[in-house]
Ligand binder design. Structure first.
Ligand code: MTE
Ligand code: LUZ
Ligand code: MOS
Length: 750
């Protein structure tokens, strides 16, 4: 089934926040943000700005009736700065004017005096100065101290991965309108409607029921709108509370880039120990997460780094620790993979370092240590239904890796200027919010009296096509045609207390709720049909908009059953709640069974480096991915391709740069390069490995949103191979992104 949004997307008819027809008295907001990364606010003078004609009011922390606090996990983040600023781009005030242009004009006239304080931009520096968000977390398995003594080979090193800009096509924004009795309706471009509702209520000092949050769809989120869509919606709502007029606030790209957090850069050190047969016996790793100036989701992201620190390998002795380091950058936040990719890059670095020193192919160590059935993850979960070796071996075989390797060897012998490299990248990703209480969802289904169906869930559509999947679940469970089903907007008055659309678990959680609600409706309606036909309900089934008796079509249609149900006063609405069973985690022991299941896969990446210019091309990425039993292969392969491009971008060309003063240098699309159709990968092939699936996955179709991003890590190591082929003296480093500039330096270093 095609994505149900594709028709309106292509015609430009899909609605986003900015497309809502505004009320005629609508006002426009704009943030005044800190020009300095750290300091004390001595004074702010708004008088010139306030005097601009068309400026209605400039809000600051003094206008807040509730709490000036929007921190989700830790209450350490004011909506508007009070006496101190902690990063460039930190919101200080909110200008509301008759137009955006007027607000912009006024913003330039605000005068601020800041007494500057020392600025920290790197995690290392923060650690040296003892600047942390919270206490460190650590996981351990076995005993690394003893195990290192048994190792024949021990290697250690550093690994750094940089941040990444989400670059959702639709920038952050919200439109808030006053309703009666002080109620406010906020249309927000958020992955977390409930967090927006909760924070609006908290800052306004009102009950949550006074705030309705509606989400039509997002023009991309990628984690950037899990927590960081909230401030803009809250600011618009504060203005509505005071002015009793609608306020619209859409960030322009420049403001969005400067004010919002990104993927966390990680600075890590590792020590890896192997025995004679290249079994990894021990792994010791310390992660320094550059969290930025407030917690945001950093503690949860740090946690997921630990969960994925050993990627797809079984290592019997592991000791890992992560420090969330407080720096003077915008608070970094969720980004596809949620700290997992950062952890996985380090273990791949450690294996590459070992292989390089031993003069063998990285693949040999990888292959020797792949996780298999009943192995224990460092967090205590026992691996079951493992498909790791299956994807690995299938990839090697189906894509004829041996032939590729021979061809590359020959190519590298024959060519001086161009060198090729190849790498294998296995992935293992746990599905569920690592915070167990978040793993639940609800659905509300209405069957209207003409037989058409409206489905509301807590899922936010952001391009991943979750609405299409929800529609599939509903129409298949009810046995009616897809065009009878409509997906409603995500709205806190219809589905409340939702977890954000995140952790790749949205289709599973909300899909299970839809399925449950539809099954209840189906059962009830089969009772109605049974009365009409005077046939035992057990022999009846809905399919193709009709009732079937033991596989034979009857004359009774879906519509007729619905009409009869109406006459008989049978409820045509159902609400269902789903909470993932079996999962648990004990944070005091750092052990448990946090994931419903794992997703596996293997990518083979081939690159060609131009050794004169340092530029490179990704020739091909060939992937064998564990989809379980995909319920929509078109959508799922689209997710693999999109995530892969994002992963390659993170590893190769997307370079976030701040100067020493915490100013974002890569603040335009001319100074921040994302993969385009030419530079992502010339060829992507995905072989869907149809596996048993998992009963915890919706229709046994495994979650797919985030895991394939990590295939992109393969690009880093393939480029490294090619560089080594040209310059054997190159001392390999782990410092992503591997930009053409760094490649050039590596090609010619002595
Ligand atoms: N795909 C598109 N097109 N746009 C997005 O913003 N977000 C990704 C992924 N795929 C995203 C996307 C992220 S970060 C997550 S967590 C999942 O989608 C969330 O949706 P799911 O839980 O339905 O997979
Ligand atoms: N968000 C979250 C996530 O709050 N918890 C998670 O475990 C998670 N995982 C991936 C992406 N977002
Ligand atoms: Mo995705 S990082 O869970 O929004």
């Amino acid at each position: 089934m095609k994505n149900i949004d594709s028709y309106t997307h292509l015609r430009g008819e899909s609605l986003f926040v900015d497309d809502i027809i505004t009320r005629k008295d609508t006002l426009y907001g704009l943030v005044f943000d800190s020009p300095k990364a750290h300091g004390k606010i001595i004074s702010v003078n708004y008088s010139k700005a306030e005097a601009v004609e068309g400026v209605i009011k400039i809000f600051n922390y003094k206008d807040i009736k509730g709490q000036n606090q929007i921190g989700g996990i830790i209450p350490d983040e004011p909506l508007w700065a009070e006496h101190e600023v902690h990063f460039q781009g930190m919101p200080i005030a909110f200008i509301v004017a008759e137009s955006e242009a007027i607000a912009k004009q006024a913003r330039a006239l605000i005068e601020i005096d800041i007494k500057e304080l020392p600025v920290i931009t790197t995690a290392k520096e923060a650690k040296e100065k003892g600047s942390f968000i919270n206490e460190p977390r650590s996981f351990s398995l076995g005993n690394t101290d003893n195990a290192f003594e048994d190792c024949k080979y021990i290697f250690s090193g550093n690994s750094f991965s940089n941040g990444q800009e989400h670059l959702y096509l639709e920038t952050q924004g919200a439109y808030a309108i006053p309703m009666e009795n002080g109620n406010i309706k906020v249309t927000s471009s958020t992955q977390g409607p409930t967090s927006v509702q909760k924070m609006v209520a908290q800052v306004l000092g009102v009950a949550m029921h006074k705030i309705e949050v509606d989400v039509i769809r997002l023009g991309g989120g990628f984690g950037g709108k899990e927590d960081q869509a909230t401030p803009w919606a809250v600011m618009a709502a504060v203005a509505v509370q005071h002015l009793k007029k609608p306020v619209k606030f859409i960030l322009n790209r420049h403001d969005d880039l400067r004010m919002t957090g990104k993927r966390h850069p990680y600075d890590s050190t590792f020590k890896i120990g192997l025995d004679e047969d290249l079994n990894i016996l021990a792994y010791d790793v310390e992660f320094l997460q550059n969290s930025g100036a407030a917690a945001d989701l950093s503690p949860a992201i740090a946690e997921r780094t630990l969960f994925h620190a050993t990627n797809s390998y079984y290592i019997p002795n592991v000791s890992s620790i992560v420090h969330s380091c407080k720096t003077n950058l915008p608070p970094n936040t969720a980004f596809r993979g949620f700290g997992g990719p950062q952890g996985m890059f380090v273990i791949e670095s450690a294996i590459a370092e070992a292989a390089n020193n031993l003069g063998i192919d990285k693949r040999i160590i990888q292959e020797r240590n792949l996780i298999s059935e009943n192995d224990e993850f460092p967090y205590g979960q026992i691996a079951t239904k493992v498909e790791m070796e299956n994807t690995w071996n299938t990839a090697i075989e189906k894509f004829d890796l041996e032939k590729t390797e021979e061809e590359i060897e020959q190519f590298n012998k024959d060519n001086k200027r161009f060198k090729k490299g190849v790498s294998l990248m296995p992935i293992t990703f746990g599905i569920s919010f690592t915070n167990t209480p978040m793993n639940h969802a609800r659905a509300l289904i209405h069957i209207y009296q003409d037989g058409s169906v409206g489905v509301s869930t807590g899922a936010v559509e952001m391009g991943q096509s979750v609405n299409t999947k929800m529609l599939q679940v509903a129409h298949q469970t009810l046995g009616i045609s897809p065009d009878k089903v409509k997906l409603e907007t995500t709205n806190t008055t219809r589905v409340a207390n939702t977890s954000p659309t995140a952790a790749s678990a949205t289709a599973d959680l909300n899909g299970k709720a839809v399925q449950k609600a539809c099954k209840s409706l189906r059962k009830r309606l089969l009772g109605v049909a049974s009365n009409i036909l005077m046939i035992n309900a057990d022999d009846l089934k809905f399919a193709n908009d009709c009732i079937y008796q033991k596989g034979k079509k009857t004359d009774l249609t879906w519509e007729k059953v619905i009409q009869k149900a109406m006459l008989n006063r049978v409820a045509l609405t159902e609400n269902a709640h789903y909470a993932t069973p079996e999962i648990h985690f004990d944070k005091t022991k750092e052990k448990g069974h946090p994931f419903a299941y794992h997703v596996y896969g293997t990518a083979i990446t081939q690159v060609t480096v131009d050794c004169m210019r340092g530029t490179y091309e990704i020739d091909s990425v060939k992937i064998v991915h564990d989809f379980g039993k995909s319920m929509n292969l078109g959508i799922d392969i689209g997710q693999v391709e999109g995530a892969l491009a994002q992963g390659i971008g993170w590893m190769t060309m997307e370079e976030i740069a701040y100067d020493k003063n915490g100013r974002l240098l890569s603040n335009t699309l001319s100074s921040y390069k994302v993969p385009d159709v030419f530079s992502a990968a010339k060829k992507v092939e995905v072989i869907p490995l149809e596996t048993k699936g998992n009963k915890m996955a919706i229709k046994k179709s495994k979650a797919v949103g985030e895991p394939p991003l990590m295939y992109g890590i393969g690009a880093y190591f393939a480029i490294q191979q090619a560089v080594k082929a040209f310059n054997p003296k190159h001392k390999i480093k782990f410092h992503s992104p591997f930009t053409p500039e760094k490649v050039l330096m590596s090609l010619y270093e002595e």
